[in-house]
Design a protein. Structure first.
Length: 116
């Protein structure tokens, strides 16, 4: 279960940072310093849980909408002391909370949605 959480979080982070939206087990294994077989097993578990689905490339995976939401929640839970807000969410003082920004799309949320 721990490997699945780590894989989900790193996929969410990669997506949020624009590093990659589709990954294969070898690529994730290099980031997490885990054996590729462990990552492949974790990805299969995430697929069974409908958090990832097969990507367009051979042997690749990408986050589902639910995977992005769950990955964001877990990433935030893990790193909340180091971050102000999760990727794709604006800070409490963001201009979109002001009268000028009311009813307009927040650029933070728009950027995250565009990269998904």
């Amino acid at each position: 279960m721990e490997a699945r959480d780590e894989v989900l979080q790193v996929m969410y982070w990669m997506l949020g940072e624009g590093i990659s939206h589709e990954v294969d087990p070898a690529y994730v294994a290099r980031f997490l310093v885990l054996p590729e077989e462990v990552v492949a097993h974790a990805l299969q578990g995430l697929r069974d849980a409908h958090l990832v689905l097969r990507g367009a490339g051979a042997g690749t995976y990408r986050l589902t909408k639910h995977g992005i939401e769950e990955g964001g929640r877990r990433f935030y839970d893990e790193f909340r002391d180091l971050t102000k807000q999760p990727h794709g969410e604006c800070a409490p003082g963001c201009w979109c909370h002001s009268p000028e920004g009311e009813g307009k799309p927040c650029p933070s949320v728009t950027r995250a949605a565009a990269s998904a």
